[in-house]
Design a protein around this ligand. Structure first.
Ligand SMILES: [Zn+2]
Length: 283
């Protein structure tokens, strides 16, 4: 049976909701599974949330098979990078505080923004990779996005300055023009094609990454999901494992999730304020 709580201005209701959520921690540390909803308060849009603008992000097969998409990607990434000032929010800080206090076995996140780690969390499994990391397709040589963008500047002198006024798009992208002559950076170790170290729609989470998340769950006495509708399969697989072990499951999200029927506690509300309240209640 699921206990539901919806936003209310009554502080007594909010206290009851946090008490119920705290019960997920009754038998020991919990795995925290997070999605885009925890980063919206940092200004990163949630494409699947109820208020999301319609958008068609590039597909990875377009990138891998068409040089014009790669030119467009790197040109946008270069100009968008300068405007990418994103900071962890109260939700990330609450999650880090819970982890530091031994209330979490770790955090498995579907986000690629690195904000959990920047807030001080240490045991973080990035299910969909890291947007700050670039790897070569063939050999997996890894580089930071920042250093690849300096190679872009060397190969395309004046481009960033000429496009400094371009409209900024989400995810460190920008609406740049004149990309036909752009030289795409390649791997300095092997000369091969570079790509973001991110799991795109239609790609699979690497086996060893999912195994690391499973380990965090097998050490846990509960599962708390925050800011994810669980539209992607990886999260659902973790919920199935928790259900099989009859672990308590808490869900904090705005809008329906694939785990609603299996949740013991379901909070229909914002992640930052709920996690902050939970940390204050538990710590
Ligand atoms: Zn390489």
């Amino acid at each position: 049976m699921t206990v539901w709580f919806t936003p209310s201005s009554d502080p007594a209701d909010a206290r009851l909701a946090l008490d119920a959520l705290a019960s997920v921690f009754a038998d020991g540390p919990v795995l925290l599974l997070t999605g885009a909803g925890i980063s919206t308060d940092s200004g990163i849009p949630d494409y699947r949330g109820p208020d999301s603008p319609p958008r068609n992000p590039m597909r990875i097969d377009q990138y891998l098979h068409d040089e014009s998409y790669r030119r467009r990607f790197w040109a946008g990434a270069r100009v968008g990078f300068d405007a990418l000032h994103v900071e962890p929010n109260a939700g990330h800080r609450a999650a880090a505080a819970l982890e530091t206090s031994g209330m979490l076995t770790g955090i498995a996140t579907q986000n690629v923004d690195g904000l959990h780690q920047r807030a001080g969390a240490r045991r973080v499994v990035e299910l969909h990779g890291s947007g700050a990391t670039i790897r070569c397709v063939e050999h997996g040589h890894r580089w930071s996005r920042a250093e690849v963008l300096t190679w872009f500047d060397t190969a395309n002198p004046g481009f960033a300055e000429a496009n400094a006024g371009a409209r900024i798009a989400p995810d460190g992208d920008a609406e740049v023009e004149g990309v036909a002559g752009v030289v795409v950076p390649v791997c300095p170790a092997c000369g091969g094609m570079l790509r973001p170290d991110v799991v795109y729609f239609g790609e699979h989470v690497p086996r060893e990454v999912f195994a690391a998340a499973e380990t965090l769950l097998s050490d846990a006495a509960g599962l708390l999901i925050a800011g994810s509708s669980l539209a992607v399969n990886t999260g659902v697989r973790l919920v199935h494992r928790a259900t099989r072990r009859e672990l308590p499951i808490g869900v904090i999200n705005r809008g329906p999730t694939a785990a609603d029927a299996r949740a013991s506690v379901r909070i229909e509300g914002g992640v930052s304020e709920t996690l902050s309240g939970l940390a204050a209640r538990l710590l």
